[in-house]
Design a protein around this ligand. Structure first.
Ligand SMILES: Cc1cc2nc3c(=O)[nH]c(=O)nc-3n(C[C@H](O)[C@H](O)[C@H](O)COP(=O)(O)O)c2cc1C
Length: 194
């Protein structure tokens, strides 16, 4: 049994997008297989913009962010869903990481982001990104820079190991059949807590 926290980074709080269906398929299959699942809908949280380095280091944390930190720490595996916006993640999701991954949370005994034991070390992550362009263009022509930034500079930096990556391209032209195939892949990942 694995404790999983899904971080839904689609900025539309109403839901109903492919990424919400994919996250739902993952969660249902994971729960049916005996895993425990929590979901953080970033668009429904109150995430104030982080404006200064002093705010980053401070212990003052908004209530929604504190609750989200609890679910991040609880989980053994994070599954992050987001649409590619202007080549990287939507601003709301970036603001969430800036608020949640504060030094006092990710490092033991430190207000410094670079020193102290990493509290979240040992956790793993699966990053699921949808985009308008074909997936192979993003991977091979651009080199997947936004996804690498999340995997290396955000997750890897705090000790969370990116274990799996799913790039879903051509979302605008997606047929019902292809969408069904992606849902099946997410179900398989959920069952395996992958
Ligand atoms: C503001 C905005 C910026 C976007 N930037 C990109 C981009 O840089 N590259 C790309 O391939 N698709 C881009 N897209 C398309 C989205 O990635 C695509 O619509 C999304 O993955 C599918 O989710 P949806 O249900 O919100 O449409 C952008 C869409 C929006 C609204």
């Amino acid at each position: 049994m694995t404790r999983i926290t899904i971080i839904q980074g689609h900025p539309d709080p109403v839901g109903g997008h492919l990424l919400h269906a994919l996250a739902g398929a993952y969660a249902m299959a994971a729960q049916a297989a005996g895993h425990e699942v929590r979901v953080l809908e970033v668009a429904r949280l109150r995430v104030p913009p982080l404006l200064t380095a002093e705010d980053f280091a401070s212990e003052a944390i908004a209530p929604d962010i504190r609750a989200a930190q609890e679910s991040l720490a609880w989980a053994q595996h994070w599954v992050v869903f987001y649409p590619l916006w202007l080549g990287c993640m939507p601003a709301g999701l970036k603001a969430f990481w800036e608020q949640a991954l504060r030094p006092g949370f990710v490092r033991e005994g430190g207000q410094d982001i670079t020193t102290g034991r990493l509290r979240l070390k040992g956790r793993t992550a699966h990053v699921v990104v949808s985009m308008g362009m074909p997936g192979f263009i993003y991977r091979w022509f651009y080199g997947a820079p936004g996804v690498k930034a999340l995997e290396r500079n955000i997750l890897g930096f705090i000790g969370v190991k990116p274990r799996r990556r799913t790039i879903i391209g051509g979302v605008g032209q997606m047929t019902a059949e292809r969408a069904k195939a992606w849902l099946a892949r997410m179900e398989a990942a959920g069952r395996a807590a992958g």
